[in-house]
Design a protein around this ligand. Structure first.
Ligand code: ATP
Ligand code: MG
Length: 487
């Protein structure tokens, strides 16, 4: 599949054990490339993307594989140049949505890194025999990790012994000798800056404009709810490109068609509405768990409607979302005092790693590439370091963002209260009702969702089962029969 909208590489599996079959979920062109072939390590990569060869740059004894993208159309060559000068510290200067693997041609050293927020996840197994496997999905490494070594800068993946996930904003170097070292390339800012409210408003708009500008590639669709987060993104795309295509999904249970249409009309967007059943949204659960490789029920509930909507979009296109703005802005904590809001934002920003909410896998298994401008490095940095008093001001949540787009959107949109995607689509209430209908007690619904998510995780991540073969009804029946959920 060749499309400018899709990066040269969207997924990879790099191995020193020789080229072999792998089971990456991403759908695009797939090629096996040799990254290094001398000395102790022979390093082969299975790369999936629009142009797998174009994801690799080489010079001297270095080979760089870039999965995802970095600003200014800098491909793997830009990473290579920076790495040549700075070594692993190159990654502390790189913004983007990427994972990267650097191999020293003689094969004595492999360096892996992910972006500031780990938005493109990377998993590693380094065996005591000296082999190393790196992949953008944990499940493809299942079974390799039984003799995996502990590695700095990583966390073990639940249910997959010895498979380790590289932490967000981390660069890890593994030597053939067995020595390894991790470096932080970005950490969540703990400080807050006193910024004049007008300046903060202008800066938020400016950083979002830059983040959108470097990630716009046609064909592209902005997934729009008519909430402030996605409406601001759509307005920014419109301002940058002179046009915007938007799509809104609703279900037989609930939709946000009216507020989304209002925004689309205001922006002169090419707008589409997708109607589906809430049952078909819930049926995405095995796919969502398989693709995020995360058993967190809340995260999966947010992603269910998006996963369903992505099925309606043409392969080879790019999707831009307003996902994730609420985390640095504290948007879901309405009615908190400033001090409490600050604490909650600190908590939320310290627990995102490993949830894989922004993982490209959710789109790339359908041949799509997703981008989430609120988690662009500069945007995230700006939003996080603003004081809570600018995030909720005059009783208005996400004040700074609403102000930043007050002149670009209808007044009704700017003041519209937050409605989570899981609420606006009826996903949360529908799933709860299904469980209540199975006899789960009201106070145990959350526990039931957590158990079901974990059981599915064990099947599709740890167990290697195809998500399409998982019967959600049967898993639910088994969980309800096994656990104390009805009393
Ligand atoms: P707000 O947080 O103020 O409601 P929002 O609706 O844009 O703003 P979320 O509710 O957090 O943000 O939803 C996350 C993202 O998912 C949205 O920014 C949007 O890109 C996408 N999204 C949510 N609901 C829909 C929908 N019904 N149709 C299409 N995309 C949606
Ligand atoms: Mg919303």
């Amino acid at each position: 599949m060749t499309s400018d909208a899709i990066p040269a590489a969207v997924a990879c599996h790099v191995s020193t054990r020789g080229p072999g079959p792998t089971r990456l979920s991403a759908r695009a062109s797939e090629e096996t490339l040799r990254l290094a072939g001398q000395a102790r390590w022979q390093v082969d990569a299975t790369v999936v993307g629009s142009a797998p060869q174009g994801a690799v740059a080489r010079a001297g004894d270095l080979a760089v594989l870039l999965v995802g993208e970095i600003p200014d159309d800098g491909g793997p060559e830009a990473v290579l140049r920076l790495y040549h000068d700075l070594g692993p510290w190159a990654f502390s200067e790189l913004a983007g949505r990427f994972a990267a693997v650097v191999v020293h041609g003689a094969g004595e050293r492999v360096t892996v890194s992910v972006d500031h927020a780990g938005t493109v996840p990377l998993y590693v197994v380094h065996t005591w025999d000296g082999d190393i496997d790196v992949a953008t999905e944990a499940k493809v490494l299942a079974g390799l990790g039984d003799r995996g070594r502990p590695l700095p800068g990583t966390d073990e993946v639940p249910g997959l012994r010895g498979v380790r996930r590289l932490r967000a904003g981390t660069c890890l170097t593994v030597q053939a000798s067995g020595h390894s070292r991790a470096r932080d390339t970005w950490t969540v800012p703990a400080h807050r800056e006193r910024v004049d409210p007008d300046a903060a408003v202008a800066e938020v708009r400016a950083v979002l404009e830059e983040a959108v500008a470097w990630q716009v590639r046609e064909p592209m669709t902005t997934v729009l709810s008519g909430g402030i987060d996605s409406s601001a993104v759509a307005a920014t795309v419109r301002a940058h490109s002179g046009r915007v295509a938007t799509v809104t999904m609703g279900t037989d249970r609930s939709d946000e068609f009216a507020p989304a249409s209002l925004v689309a009309r205001h922006l002169g967007a090419r707008h589409t509405q997708v109607s589906t059943t809430v049952d078909s949204v819930l049926a995405e659960l095995p796919f969502v768990v398989a693709l995020t490789e995360c058993a967190d029920p809340a995260v999966n509930e947010y992603l269910l409607p998006l996963a369903r909507l992505y099925r309606e979009l043409p392969a080879g296109s790019r999707v831009m979302t307003g996902y994730g703005a609420d985390i640095p802005l504290g948007g879901m904590h309405r009615g908190q005092a400033d001090m409490a809001l600050e604490e909650l934002i600190v908590d939320d920003m310290s627990t995102f790693d490993g949830l894989n909410e922004l993982s490209p896998n959710l789109g790339s298994h359908l041949g799509l590439w997703t981008s989430h401008p609120y988690w662009d490095r500069a945007v995230l940095q700006r939003l996080t370091t603003l004081a809570a008093g600018l995030k909720r001001r005059e009783g208005i949540d996400k004040w700074v963002l609403r102000q930043a787009f007050a002149d670009a959107l209808p007044a009704e949109t700017v003041s519209r209260p937050k409605l989570g995607i899981h609420e606006g689509s009826g996903t949360t209430s529908h799933w709860s009702e299904v469980l209540l209908g199975r006899g789960v007690a009201a106070g145990r619904v959350q526990a039931a969702k957590a158990r079901i998510s974990r059981d599915i995780y064990d099947l599709v991540v740890a167990g290697g089962q195809e998500p399409g073969d998982v019967d959600l009804g049967a898993v639910t029946t088994a969980v309800v029969a096994r656990e104390e959920l009805t009393g």
